[in-house]
Design a protein around this ligand. Structure first.
Ligand code: NAD
Ligand SMILES: C[C@H]1O[C@H](OP(=O)(O)OP(=O)(O)OC[C@H]2O[C@@H](n3ccc(=O)[nH]c3=O)[C@H](O)[C@@H]2O)[C@H](O)[C@@H](O)C1=O
Length: 358
Protein backbone atom coordinates (compact mmCIF):
# COMPACT_ATOMS: atom_id res chain seq x y z
CA UNK A 1 0.00 0.00 0.00
CA UNK A 2 1.39 3.52 -0.75
CA UNK A 3 2.13 5.37 2.48
CA UNK A 4 0.19 8.48 1.56
CA UNK A 5 -3.27 8.14 0.17
CA UNK A 6 -6.66 9.73 0.03
CA UNK A 7 -9.45 7.47 1.23
CA UNK A 8 -13.12 7.95 0.38
CA UNK A 9 -15.33 6.35 3.05
CA UNK A 10 -18.90 6.04 1.77
CA UNK A 11 -21.44 5.76 4.59
CA UNK A 12 -18.84 7.17 6.98
CA UNK A 13 -21.43 9.09 9.03
CA UNK A 14 -23.23 5.87 9.93
CA UNK A 15 -22.56 3.48 12.81
CA UNK A 16 -19.70 1.27 11.56
CA UNK A 17 -18.45 3.89 9.10
CA UNK A 18 -17.92 6.55 11.75
CA UNK A 19 -16.14 4.12 14.08
CA UNK A 20 -13.86 3.21 11.18
CA UNK A 21 -13.29 6.87 10.22
CA UNK A 22 -12.35 7.87 13.79
CA UNK A 23 -9.93 4.92 13.97
CA UNK A 24 -8.29 5.79 10.62
CA UNK A 25 -8.05 9.56 11.21
CA UNK A 26 -6.51 9.15 14.67
CA UNK A 27 -4.15 6.26 13.91
CA UNK A 28 -3.04 7.02 10.33
CA UNK A 29 -2.23 10.77 10.20
CA UNK A 30 -0.58 10.31 6.79
CA UNK A 31 -3.92 9.17 5.30
CA UNK A 32 -6.51 11.81 4.33
CA UNK A 33 -10.00 10.44 5.10
CA UNK A 34 -12.90 11.93 3.15
CA UNK A 35 -16.39 10.88 4.31
CA UNK A 36 -19.10 10.75 1.63
CA UNK A 37 -22.57 10.28 3.09
CA UNK A 38 -26.14 11.36 2.28
CA UNK A 39 -26.97 11.67 6.00
CA UNK A 40 -29.92 9.26 5.99
CA UNK A 41 -32.21 8.85 9.06
CA UNK A 42 -29.70 6.58 10.85
CA UNK A 43 -26.66 8.79 10.29
CA UNK A 44 -25.46 11.58 12.53
CA UNK A 45 -22.74 14.18 12.06
CA UNK A 46 -22.26 13.86 15.83
CA UNK A 47 -20.68 10.47 15.06
CA UNK A 48 -17.75 12.39 13.49
CA UNK A 49 -17.48 15.34 15.91
CA UNK A 50 -14.36 14.01 17.64
CA UNK A 51 -12.33 14.16 14.41
CA UNK A 52 -14.04 17.17 12.76
CA UNK A 53 -11.00 19.42 13.38
CA UNK A 54 -8.32 16.95 12.35
CA UNK A 55 -6.26 18.10 9.32
CA UNK A 56 -6.59 14.67 7.68
CA UNK A 57 -10.40 14.57 7.81
CA UNK A 58 -13.11 16.04 5.58
CA UNK A 59 -16.82 15.49 5.00
CA UNK A 60 -18.87 15.74 1.82
CA UNK A 61 -22.65 15.26 1.80
CA UNK A 62 -23.81 13.31 -1.24
CA UNK A 63 -25.45 10.21 -2.69
CA UNK A 64 -23.43 7.30 -4.11
CA UNK A 65 -26.26 6.85 -6.64
CA UNK A 66 -25.37 10.18 -8.23
CA UNK A 67 -22.91 9.04 -10.88
CA UNK A 68 -21.98 12.57 -11.93
CA UNK A 69 -21.21 13.62 -8.36
CA UNK A 70 -19.18 10.46 -7.68
CA UNK A 71 -17.21 10.94 -10.88
CA UNK A 72 -16.53 14.60 -10.04
CA UNK A 73 -15.49 13.63 -6.53
CA UNK A 74 -12.94 11.02 -7.60
CA UNK A 75 -11.38 13.51 -10.03
CA UNK A 76 -11.45 16.59 -7.84
CA UNK A 77 -10.32 14.91 -4.63
CA UNK A 78 -7.74 12.62 -6.31
CA UNK A 79 -9.18 9.61 -4.42
CA UNK A 80 -7.08 6.47 -4.57
CA UNK A 81 -8.83 4.23 -2.04
CA UNK A 82 -12.57 3.61 -1.63
CA UNK A 83 -13.95 2.04 1.58
CA UNK A 84 -17.58 1.34 0.63
CA UNK A 85 -20.03 1.08 3.53
CA UNK A 86 -22.94 3.23 2.31
CA UNK A 87 -26.09 1.07 2.27
CA UNK A 88 -29.59 0.58 3.56
CA UNK A 89 -28.67 -1.76 6.42
CA UNK A 90 -31.84 -2.69 8.33
CA UNK A 91 -33.41 -6.08 7.55
CA UNK A 92 -36.87 -5.15 8.88
CA UNK A 93 -37.09 -2.22 6.48
CA UNK A 94 -36.10 -4.43 3.55
CA UNK A 95 -39.35 -6.43 3.84
CA UNK A 96 -41.11 -3.12 3.13
CA UNK A 97 -39.65 -0.87 0.43
CA UNK A 98 -37.10 -3.39 -0.86
CA UNK A 99 -36.54 -1.43 -4.09
CA UNK A 100 -34.85 1.25 -1.95
CA UNK A 101 -32.35 -1.45 -0.97
CA UNK A 102 -31.65 -2.41 -4.58
CA UNK A 103 -31.21 1.25 -5.51
CA UNK A 104 -28.77 2.11 -2.73
CA UNK A 105 -27.01 -1.20 -2.16
CA UNK A 106 -26.75 -2.55 -5.71
CA UNK A 107 -27.00 0.42 -8.07
CA UNK A 108 -25.04 2.62 -5.65
CA UNK A 109 -22.24 0.05 -5.50
CA UNK A 110 -22.28 -0.25 -9.29
CA UNK A 111 -21.87 3.51 -9.72
CA UNK A 112 -18.82 3.43 -7.43
CA UNK A 113 -17.32 0.44 -9.26
CA UNK A 114 -17.64 2.18 -12.63
CA UNK A 115 -16.02 5.33 -11.26
CA UNK A 116 -13.30 3.26 -9.59
CA UNK A 117 -12.61 1.45 -12.87
CA UNK A 118 -12.29 4.67 -14.89
CA UNK A 119 -10.18 6.41 -12.22
CA UNK A 120 -7.90 3.37 -11.72
CA UNK A 121 -8.49 3.30 -7.96
CA UNK A 122 -5.67 1.66 -5.96
CA UNK A 123 -8.02 -0.27 -3.58
CA UNK A 124 -11.78 -0.85 -3.40
CA UNK A 125 -12.71 -2.33 -0.02
CA UNK A 126 -16.33 -3.53 -0.08
CA UNK A 127 -18.00 -3.97 3.34
CA UNK A 128 -20.49 -6.84 3.16
CA UNK A 129 -22.27 -9.03 5.71
CA UNK A 130 -22.48 -12.62 6.95
CA UNK A 131 -26.17 -12.49 5.97
CA UNK A 132 -25.19 -13.26 2.36
CA UNK A 133 -24.58 -16.89 3.46
CA UNK A 134 -28.18 -17.24 4.69
CA UNK A 135 -28.98 -19.17 7.86
CA UNK A 136 -26.64 -21.76 9.38
CA UNK A 137 -28.16 -24.77 11.16
CA UNK A 138 -27.17 -25.75 14.72
CA UNK A 139 -24.21 -28.11 14.61
CA UNK A 140 -23.18 -27.04 11.07
CA UNK A 141 -19.52 -25.99 10.91
CA UNK A 142 -18.88 -22.23 10.83
CA UNK A 143 -18.89 -21.04 7.21
CA UNK A 144 -15.68 -20.14 5.43
CA UNK A 145 -15.43 -17.47 2.72
CA UNK A 146 -15.78 -19.97 -0.15
CA UNK A 147 -19.26 -21.11 1.06
CA UNK A 148 -22.15 -20.54 -1.33
CA UNK A 149 -24.25 -17.40 -0.95
CA UNK A 150 -27.89 -18.10 -0.03
CA UNK A 151 -29.47 -14.86 1.18
CA UNK A 152 -33.02 -15.13 2.56
CA UNK A 153 -34.18 -11.52 2.90
CA UNK A 154 -34.15 -8.57 0.48
CA UNK A 155 -31.41 -6.74 2.41
CA UNK A 156 -29.08 -9.73 2.30
CA UNK A 157 -29.94 -10.36 -1.35
CA UNK A 158 -28.89 -6.83 -2.30
CA UNK A 159 -25.63 -7.24 -0.38
CA UNK A 160 -24.96 -10.52 -2.22
CA UNK A 161 -25.80 -8.86 -5.55
CA UNK A 162 -23.40 -6.02 -4.78
CA UNK A 163 -20.66 -8.55 -3.98
CA UNK A 164 -21.23 -10.25 -7.33
CA UNK A 165 -20.70 -6.95 -9.11
CA UNK A 166 -17.55 -6.25 -7.05
CA UNK A 167 -16.12 -9.67 -7.94
CA UNK A 168 -17.07 -9.22 -11.62
CA UNK A 169 -15.14 -5.92 -11.72
CA UNK A 170 -12.16 -7.72 -10.24
CA UNK A 171 -12.30 -10.51 -12.82
CA UNK A 172 -13.23 -8.42 -15.87
CA UNK A 173 -11.36 -5.16 -15.22
CA UNK A 174 -8.72 -6.22 -12.65
CA UNK A 175 -10.16 -3.68 -10.22
CA UNK A 176 -8.14 -4.15 -6.98
CA UNK A 177 -11.00 -5.18 -4.69
CA UNK A 178 -11.24 -6.82 -1.28
CA UNK A 179 -14.52 -7.89 0.37
CA UNK A 180 -15.25 -8.21 4.11
CA UNK A 181 -18.25 -10.00 5.68
CA UNK A 182 -19.00 -9.22 9.34
CA UNK A 183 -21.41 -10.73 11.85
CA UNK A 184 -23.66 -8.40 13.91
CA UNK A 185 -21.85 -5.29 15.10
CA UNK A 186 -22.95 -3.38 18.22
CA UNK A 187 -21.74 -0.42 20.26
CA UNK A 188 -22.37 3.30 20.95
CA UNK A 189 -24.24 5.37 18.33
CA UNK A 190 -25.90 2.49 16.46
CA UNK A 191 -29.32 3.74 15.36
CA UNK A 192 -31.93 2.13 17.68
CA UNK A 193 -33.65 0.01 15.05
CA UNK A 194 -31.17 -2.84 15.64
CA UNK A 195 -32.01 -5.08 18.60
CA UNK A 196 -29.34 -4.00 21.10
CA UNK A 197 -29.75 -0.20 20.89
CA UNK A 198 -33.50 -0.56 20.31
CA UNK A 199 -34.03 -2.60 23.46
CA UNK A 200 -31.70 -0.38 25.54
CA UNK A 201 -33.64 2.73 24.43
CA UNK A 202 -36.98 0.94 25.01
CA UNK A 203 -35.96 0.03 28.58
CA UNK A 204 -34.72 3.60 29.20
CA UNK A 205 -38.15 4.88 28.08
CA UNK A 206 -40.10 2.20 30.02
CA UNK A 207 -41.33 0.70 26.78
CA UNK A 208 -41.52 -3.06 26.11
CA UNK A 209 -38.91 -5.02 24.19
CA UNK A 210 -40.76 -6.52 21.22
CA UNK A 211 -39.23 -9.93 20.49
CA UNK A 212 -39.87 -11.36 17.02
CA UNK A 213 -41.24 -14.90 17.12
CA UNK A 214 -40.17 -16.95 20.17
CA UNK A 215 -36.79 -15.27 20.72
CA UNK A 216 -34.81 -18.43 19.94
CA UNK A 217 -32.98 -16.92 16.96
CA UNK A 218 -29.34 -16.32 17.83
CA UNK A 219 -26.76 -13.81 16.63
CA UNK A 220 -23.02 -13.32 17.17
CA UNK A 221 -21.95 -9.84 18.30
CA UNK A 222 -18.70 -7.96 17.62
CA UNK A 223 -17.93 -4.58 19.23
CA UNK A 224 -17.64 -1.58 16.86
CA UNK A 225 -14.02 -0.71 17.68
CA UNK A 226 -13.01 -4.32 16.93
CA UNK A 227 -14.52 -4.27 13.44
CA UNK A 228 -12.92 -0.87 12.76
CA UNK A 229 -9.48 -2.36 13.52
CA UNK A 230 -10.23 -5.35 11.33
CA UNK A 231 -11.21 -3.26 8.30
CA UNK A 232 -8.13 -1.02 8.73
CA UNK A 233 -5.94 -4.15 8.80
CA UNK A 234 -7.61 -5.49 5.63
CA UNK A 235 -6.87 -2.14 3.98
CA UNK A 236 -3.23 -2.35 5.05
CA UNK A 237 -2.53 -6.06 4.58
CA UNK A 238 -5.47 -7.67 2.81
CA UNK A 239 -4.80 -9.57 -0.43
CA UNK A 240 -6.40 -8.17 -3.59
CA UNK A 241 -9.29 -10.32 -4.84
CA UNK A 242 -9.82 -11.95 -1.44
CA UNK A 243 -12.82 -12.04 0.93
CA UNK A 244 -12.41 -11.91 4.73
CA UNK A 245 -14.96 -12.97 7.34
CA UNK A 246 -14.81 -10.74 10.43
CA UNK A 247 -16.62 -12.28 13.40
CA UNK A 248 -16.67 -13.64 16.93
CA UNK A 249 -17.61 -16.93 18.54
CA UNK A 250 -19.81 -15.14 21.10
CA UNK A 251 -23.39 -16.18 20.26
CA UNK A 252 -26.59 -15.42 22.18
CA UNK A 253 -30.33 -15.88 21.59
CA UNK A 254 -32.58 -12.83 21.32
CA UNK A 255 -34.43 -13.86 24.49
CA UNK A 256 -31.22 -14.41 26.49
CA UNK A 257 -29.86 -11.09 25.18
CA UNK A 258 -33.04 -9.29 26.27
CA UNK A 259 -32.81 -10.84 29.76
CA UNK A 260 -29.14 -9.77 29.96
CA UNK A 261 -30.10 -6.17 29.14
CA UNK A 262 -32.97 -6.19 31.67
CA UNK A 263 -30.56 -7.47 34.34
CA UNK A 264 -28.18 -4.57 33.62
CA UNK A 265 -31.10 -2.29 34.50
CA UNK A 266 -32.01 -4.32 37.60
CA UNK A 267 -35.35 -5.37 36.09
CA UNK A 268 -36.36 -8.81 37.41
CA UNK A 269 -40.03 -8.94 36.37
CA UNK A 270 -39.91 -9.43 32.61
CA UNK A 271 -43.71 -9.78 32.25
CA UNK A 272 -44.10 -6.06 31.54
CA UNK A 273 -40.76 -5.66 29.74
CA UNK A 274 -40.98 -8.40 27.11
CA UNK A 275 -43.73 -8.71 24.49
CA UNK A 276 -43.52 -11.48 21.87
CA UNK A 277 -44.72 -10.27 18.45
CA UNK A 278 -45.20 -11.79 15.01
CA UNK A 279 -41.92 -12.94 13.49
CA UNK A 280 -40.22 -11.42 10.47
CA UNK A 281 -41.39 -12.61 7.04
CA UNK A 282 -38.25 -14.77 7.24
CA UNK A 283 -35.88 -14.70 10.19
CA UNK A 284 -32.56 -16.47 9.78
CA UNK A 285 -32.16 -18.81 12.78
CA UNK A 286 -28.48 -17.99 13.15
CA UNK A 287 -25.33 -17.02 11.27
CA UNK A 288 -21.94 -18.58 12.01
CA UNK A 289 -18.77 -17.56 10.19
CA UNK A 290 -15.23 -18.87 10.47
CA UNK A 291 -12.79 -15.92 10.87
CA UNK A 292 -9.50 -17.88 10.80
CA UNK A 293 -8.45 -16.17 7.55
CA UNK A 294 -8.37 -12.70 9.13
CA UNK A 295 -6.79 -14.17 12.29
CA UNK A 296 -3.86 -15.18 10.06
CA UNK A 297 -3.69 -11.55 8.88
CA UNK A 298 -3.15 -10.56 12.55
CA UNK A 299 -6.59 -9.57 13.92
CA UNK A 300 -8.64 -10.93 16.81
CA UNK A 301 -11.51 -9.27 18.72
CA UNK A 302 -10.38 -7.74 22.05
CA UNK A 303 -13.61 -6.35 23.59
CA UNK A 304 -15.53 -9.06 25.49
CA UNK A 305 -19.33 -8.84 25.24
CA UNK A 306 -19.76 -8.16 29.00
CA UNK A 307 -17.47 -5.13 28.71
CA UNK A 308 -18.86 -3.93 25.38
CA UNK A 309 -22.47 -4.08 26.49
CA UNK A 310 -21.66 -2.09 29.67
CA UNK A 311 -20.00 0.67 27.59
CA UNK A 312 -22.93 0.60 25.17
CA UNK A 313 -25.60 0.91 27.86
CA UNK A 314 -23.74 3.83 29.50
CA UNK A 315 -23.46 5.60 26.15
CA UNK A 316 -27.23 5.34 25.45
CA UNK A 317 -28.06 6.47 29.00
CA UNK A 318 -26.07 9.64 28.34
CA UNK A 319 -26.75 10.33 24.64
CA UNK A 320 -29.77 8.58 23.15
CA UNK A 321 -32.18 11.51 23.67
CA UNK A 322 -30.38 13.92 21.37
CA UNK A 323 -28.00 12.08 19.07
CA UNK A 324 -30.17 11.90 15.93
CA UNK A 325 -32.03 14.77 14.28
CA UNK A 326 -35.42 13.04 14.48
CA UNK A 327 -36.92 11.61 17.65
CA UNK A 328 -36.16 7.89 17.89
CA UNK A 329 -39.63 6.87 19.19
CA UNK A 330 -40.62 5.88 15.65
CA UNK A 331 -37.88 3.23 15.71
CA UNK A 332 -39.06 1.64 18.98
CA UNK A 333 -42.06 -0.08 17.36
CA UNK A 334 -42.72 -3.85 17.19
CA UNK A 335 -42.23 -4.38 13.51
CA UNK A 336 -41.84 -1.79 10.75
CA UNK A 337 -41.06 -4.58 8.34
CA UNK A 338 -44.52 -6.16 7.99
CA UNK A 339 -46.16 -3.17 6.35
CA UNK A 340 -45.63 -4.68 2.92
CA UNK A 341 -46.37 -1.92 0.37
CA UNK A 342 -48.99 -2.54 -2.34
CA UNK A 343 -47.44 -3.86 -5.55
CA UNK A 344 -45.96 -0.82 -7.25
CA UNK A 345 -43.77 -0.25 -10.29
CA UNK A 346 -41.34 2.57 -10.99
CA UNK A 347 -43.19 5.53 -12.54
CA UNK A 348 -41.61 4.91 -15.93
CA UNK A 349 -43.53 1.65 -16.55
CA UNK A 350 -45.86 2.30 -19.49
CA UNK A 351 -48.72 -0.21 -19.33
CA UNK A 352 -50.51 1.48 -22.24
CA UNK A 353 -47.78 0.36 -24.71
CA UNK A 354 -47.72 -3.13 -23.18
CA UNK A 355 -51.55 -3.43 -23.59
CA UNK A 356 -51.27 -2.49 -27.28
CA UNK A 357 -48.66 -5.21 -27.78
CA UNK A 358 -50.73 -8.00 -26.13
N1 NAD B 1 -24.54 -3.24 11.45
C1 NAD B 1 -24.10 -4.46 11.26
O1 NAD B 1 -24.19 -5.32 12.16
C2 NAD B 1 -23.44 -4.83 9.96
C3 NAD B 1 -22.85 -6.09 9.86
C4 NAD B 1 -22.22 -6.44 8.66
C5 NAD B 1 -22.15 -5.53 7.62
N2 NAD B 1 -22.73 -4.33 7.74
C6 NAD B 1 -22.60 -3.42 6.59
O2 NAD B 1 -21.79 -2.32 7.02
C7 NAD B 1 -22.19 -1.12 6.35
C8 NAD B 1 -22.53 -0.06 7.38
O3 NAD B 1 -23.54 -0.61 8.20
P1 NAD B 1 -24.07 0.25 9.46
O4 NAD B 1 -24.71 -0.68 10.40
O5 NAD B 1 -23.02 1.17 9.92
O6 NAD B 1 -25.22 1.08 8.74
P2 NAD B 1 -25.91 2.47 9.09
O7 NAD B 1 -27.30 2.31 8.65
O8 NAD B 1 -25.59 2.87 10.48
O9 NAD B 1 -25.12 3.49 8.14
C9 NAD B 1 -25.27 3.47 6.74
C10 NAD B 1 -24.74 4.82 6.25
O10 NAD B 1 -24.79 4.84 4.83
C11 NAD B 1 -25.33 6.09 4.42
N3 NAD B 1 -25.98 5.88 3.11
C12 NAD B 1 -26.97 5.02 2.82
N4 NAD B 1 -27.30 5.10 1.51
C13 NAD B 1 -26.45 6.04 0.97
C14 NAD B 1 -26.29 6.57 -0.34
N5 NAD B 1 -27.06 6.18 -1.36
N6 NAD B 1 -25.34 7.52 -0.53
C15 NAD B 1 -24.56 7.95 0.51
N7 NAD B 1 -24.68 7.48 1.78
C16 NAD B 1 -25.61 6.53 1.98
C17 NAD B 1 -26.32 6.47 5.52
O11 NAD B 1 -26.59 7.86 5.53
C18 NAD B 1 -25.57 6.00 6.77
O12 NAD B 1 -24.72 7.00 7.27
C19 NAD B 1 -23.37 -1.52 5.45
O13 NAD B 1 -22.87 -1.74 4.15
C20 NAD B 1 -23.88 -2.82 6.07
O14 NAD B 1 -24.46 -3.64 5.06
C21 NAD B 1 -23.38 -3.94 8.88
C1 LIG C 1 -24.96 -8.95 10.07
C2 LIG C 1 -26.26 -8.17 10.04
O1 LIG C 1 -26.59 -7.81 11.39
C3 LIG C 1 -27.74 -6.98 11.52
O2 LIG C 1 -28.90 -7.66 11.00
P1 LIG C 1 -29.93 -8.46 12.00
O3 LIG C 1 -31.25 -8.56 11.33
O4 LIG C 1 -29.28 -9.69 12.52
O5 LIG C 1 -29.99 -7.43 13.21
P2 LIG C 1 -31.26 -6.89 14.03
O6 LIG C 1 -30.70 -6.20 15.21
O7 LIG C 1 -32.23 -6.16 13.15
O8 LIG C 1 -32.00 -8.25 14.49
C4 LIG C 1 -31.28 -9.20 15.28
C5 LIG C 1 -32.27 -10.24 15.79
O9 LIG C 1 -33.15 -9.60 16.74
C6 LIG C 1 -34.51 -9.75 16.34
N1 LIG C 1 -35.21 -8.49 16.69
C7 LIG C 1 -34.81 -7.29 16.18
C8 LIG C 1 -35.49 -6.13 16.51
C9 LIG C 1 -36.64 -6.20 17.37
O10 LIG C 1 -37.31 -5.19 17.69
N2 LIG C 1 -37.00 -7.43 17.86
C10 LIG C 1 -36.32 -8.59 17.55
O11 LIG C 1 -36.67 -9.69 18.01
C11 LIG C 1 -34.46 -10.00 14.84
O12 LIG C 1 -35.60 -10.73 14.39
C12 LIG C 1 -33.17 -10.79 14.69
O13 LIG C 1 -33.39 -12.18 14.92
C13 LIG C 1 -27.53 -5.67 10.77
O14 LIG C 1 -28.71 -4.87 10.88
C14 LIG C 1 -27.28 -5.95 9.30
O15 LIG C 1 -26.89 -4.72 8.66
C15 LIG C 1 -26.24 -7.00 9.11
O16 LIG C 1 -25.56 -7.01 8.07
Amino acid sequence: MPTHHRILVTGGAGFIGSNLVVHLVKNFPEWHVIVFDKLDYCASVRNLEEVADYPNFSFIKGDVCSAEFVNFLLTDKKIDVILHLAAQSHVDNSFGDSLEFTKNNVYGTHVLLEAARVHKINRFIHISTDEVYGEVNDGQPDLKEASILAPTNPYAATKAAAECLVMAYYKSFKLPIIITRSNNIYGPSQYPEKIIPKFICSILRNRPCFIHGDGSNTRRYLFASDVARAIALVLERGKIGETYNIGTDFEISNLALTRTLLRHFGIEDESKSIVFVEDRAFNDKRYAIDSSKIHELGWKPVVPFDEGIKQTIEWYRANSQSWWDDDISSALVPHPGRKFPPLHFPADTTFKEAENEM
